[in-house]
Design a protein around this ligand. Structure first.
Ligand code: APR
Length: 308
């Protein structure tokens, strides 16, 4: 298993670091346009392997030759948010970067599975599809695991229970219109709605929607540890053909009454990428929230398409 991580900034370097610690890949290649940075960060991760007792070889480069024949490409290159910005504000600048990188890595690794992290996520995943022409099951975006992890972590804090026992699902676009589903959230098998008052649940849903912005406000730039953890969970499910059910931005062909966009939905991830999109029966209120997020993603996708 060879994994190339495009972008050696906060998300990319953290991904390389986690991948090194996990050890399931044979090789990780870190790529960036800034000279010295991918080489230096990769060397630092590689030098931690004797302590980690893992043999995944991590190295860095400014070109794409070293990425040839990658099994997985993780696309993190792009500009992150600054305080006061929405993910959609990154559309023009990141469309250009995602286009340029996708053309370069897809030429070297025509059979790769691509996990996109650059924002606005659902649209950058679409740009990747258009540029690479890869089969749709081989292209996906990482956002749902992150949004669901944020939601689970807030529930864990509120209830004082282990986050390991909280099962949950956040659907929809990666932004303010995302759709957390308290009705389907369980804590050790017990419905969340039986364990927490509605006003507390509402507050957690709101905090989840603004979870990325909360970190941007605190740090001055966007999150990277949890996003990288989400990426590595997807890589592991694919590398080990686990058939894990994880929320990811997937290409829809009629599921949830929607087609022609990437949207956060539960997917089965295995050696072929998205093995299957799972459909959840939604109630009227949830359907209305899904319709709203679909409309938003479609609108920004059209704007992105015009920039291509
Ligand atoms: N080719 C390769 N690397 C590039 C290119 C390019 N054309 N353009 C920019 N980069 C690199 C930058 O040099 C930088 O090292 O992408 C990296 C981005 O890193 P950060 O600025 O630290 O941003 P990060 O926090 O990692 O976020 C990256 O992921 O979560 C999203 O919204 C976030 O779109 C952003 C992306």
């Amino acid at each position: 298993m060879k994994i190339s991580v495009i972008g050696a900034g906060n998300v990319g370097a953290s991904t390389a670091h986690y991948l090194g610690m996990k050890g399931f890949a044979k090789e990780v290649v870190l790529v960036d346009i800034v000279e010295g940075v991918p080489q230096g960060k990769a060397l630092d991760v590689w030098e931690s392997q004797p302590v980690n007792l893992q043999s995944t070889f991590v190295h860095g480069t400014n070109g794409y030759d070293e990425t040839a024949d990658s099994d997985i490409i993780v696309m993190t290159a792009g500009v992150p948010r600054k305080p006061g910005m929405s993910r959609d504000d990154l559309l023009a600048v990141n469309t250009k970067i995602v286009k340029e990188c996708a053309a370069a890595y897809s030429a070297k690794s025509p059979n790769a599975i691509v996990i996109v992290v650059s924002n606005p996520l659902d649209i950058m995943t679409y740009v990747t599809l258009k540029v690479t022409g890869f089969p749709t099951h081989k292209i996906m975006g990482m956002a749902g695991i992150l949004d669901t992890a944020r939601y689970r972590s807030f529930i864990g804090m509120e209830l004082g229970v282990s986050v390991e026992d909280i099962a949950a699902l956040v659907l929809g676009g990666h932004g303010d219109t995302m759709v957390p589903l308290p009705r389907l959230t369980t804590v050790g098998g017990v419905p969340l709605t039986e364990m927490m008052a509605q006003d507390k649940i509402d507050a957690i849903v709101q905090r989840t929607r603004g979870g990325g912005g909360e970190i941007v406000k605190l740090l001055g730039y966007s999150a990277y540890y949890a996003p990288a953890a989400g990426v590595v969970q997807m890589c592991e499910a694919i590398a080990q053909d686990k058939n894990r059910i994880l929320p990811c931005a997937c290409w829809l062909t009629g599921e949830y009454g929607t087609e022609g966009i990437f949207l956060g939905v539960p997917a089965m991830l295995g050696k072929n990428g998205v093995e299957k999109v799972l459909e959840v029966q939604l109630n009227d209120e949830e359907k209305a929230m899904m319709a709203n997020t679909v409309e938003h993603v479609r609108k920004v996708q059209a704007e992105g398409e015009a920039l291509m």
